[in-house]
Design a binder for this molecule. Structure first.
Ligand SMILES: [Fe+2]
Ligand SMILES: [Fe+2]
Length: 159
């Protein structure tokens, strides 16, 4: 599998997982919400780490400004994840906060798609590409079986 495809697939899977969280949230079963949330947290962290560990350091040598932007985005995403997790725990999640989070993820995904992923596919060493793909696969497999169908919003990302 190509690394840029794996990364884009991962973005779509993350959005699907987030939609599952929202559905569970509306369902009101706190245990189900927590399970879905932990899956999102885990998948998202694995995705960010794969990018930071295997791709960004090399990318930064050629494109330091763009790499900084991606790192800043990751910090924002992690901060939002913590904030939303607290809101979920307290059952205070607001729809607009959830939407803002999805929007942040989408903007970040689009930026990466444009400047980062094509570079990763063509310029990153094969070894680093394999390592990144293995990392993404190891993290992404756990929840895919739970709900194989994808929600409509997934199609908005990297259409
Ligand atoms: Fe990223
Ligand atoms: Fe990404």
């Amino acid at each position: 599998m190509r690394l840029d495809h794996a990364l884009r697939d991962d973005h779509q899977a993350l959005e699907v997982t987030f939609e599952r969280v929202l559905r569970r949230f509306h369902g009101g079963d706190s245990e189900a919400i927590r399970t879905a949330w932990l899956a999102l947290d885990e998948e998202l962290e694995a995705h960010l780490k794969a990018e930071e560990r295997f791709i960004l350091p090399e990318f930064a040598k050629s494109f330091p400004v763009e790499a900084q932007r991606i790192e800043r985005d990751h910090q924002r995403i992690r901060a939002a994840l913590v904030e939303l997790g607290i809101d979920l725990d307290l059952h205070l999640l607001r729809e607009h906060a959830a939407e803002r989070f999805v929007q942040t993820l989408r903007e970040h995904a689009q930026y990466e798609d444009e400047v980062f992923y094509a570079w990763a596919e063509t310029s990153l060493s094969e070894r680093a590409q394999h390592a990144a793909i293995a990392h993404l696969r190891a993290a992404g497999g756990s929840t895919a079986a739970e709900e194989p169908t994808r929600g409509p919003a997934a199609e908005h990302l990297h259409a």
